[in-house]
Ligand binder design. Structure first.
Ligand code: TYD
Length: 209
């Protein structure tokens, strides 16, 4: 694969989506071929799985079912959209990927990072991101940002107690220690422009190799 696979991770309200949209626009203006996509979703089958996972009505969903559905959505999205784009030499920017499953299902839900890694291994078959940005923010501040931002729906995961979101953050911190070469931590409590400049600078470095 000749393309560049970059994923963006972090808790709710960290500003990931805003940054990634702007990044796509600017890279395209500079002539780079970019595919912007998201998980769970990005293509029809995975968007349908997304609706089932995130529907606030689905309160009975078992944690393993949840993990399997995320992995299924991931698999389809990967083979149908991400891998073909990488094979065409494109830059793929993906809003969330396997680290979300490891932090949310593996760590915060308590399924175990290694267990969730292994079901995901079946789904992704070693296609891992070249680089991953982790946007770090205090979960309480993140959730306040979402509530203020009227364009974003409140989903089943947002409705988890604050304690859960602190665990998600701990999960990400563990992953940064485990994969220090791949995951770059960004302080998302800073002003949006500052965060953006830091991300763009790194992306330019990755493009240059
Ligand atoms: P989304 O609206 O995309 O959230 P955000 O704007 O915060 O990225 O909803 C995705 C939700 O699904 C989010 O709460 C994180 C969660 N999630 C997991 O728990 N595991 C996963 O593997 C993925 C991809 C997402």
């Amino acid at each position: 694969m000749q393309g560049l696979f970059i994923t963006v991770e972090g808790p709710e309200g960290a500003g990931k989506t805003t940054i990634i949209n702007r990044l796509t626009n600017d890279l395209e203006k500079q002539g780079y071929p970019v595919v912007l996509t998201r998980e769970p979703g990005g293509i029809q089958i995975s968007e349908e799985i997304r609706k089932v996972i995130l529907d606030p009505k689905n309160t009975v969903m078992d944690a393993r079912t949840e993990a399997l559905l995320y992995a299924a959505a991931r698999r389809q999205h990967l083979v149908e959209k991400v891998v073909p784009a990488l094979n065409e030499g494109k830059i793929v920017l993906c809003d969330r990927f396997i680290d979300s499953s490891l932090a949310y299902q593996g760590y915060a839900r308590g399924l175990g990072i290694d267990e969730v890694q292994s079901i995901n291994q079946f789904a992704i078959q070693d296609v891992m991101p070249d680089k991953t940005f982790y946007f770090d923010i205090d979960p309480e501040l993140g959730l306040t940002r979402i509530k203020k931002h009227s364009g974003r729906e409140i989903n089943r995961l947002d409705l988890e107690k604050l304690d859960f979101h602190y665990k998600v953050r701990e999960g990400y911190k563990y992953l940064i220690n485990r994969f220090p070469e791949r995951i770059i931590e960004i302080d998302a409590s800073q002003a949006l422009d500052v965060v953006y400049d830091q991300v763009m600078e790194k992306v330019k470095m990755f493009i240059k190799g």
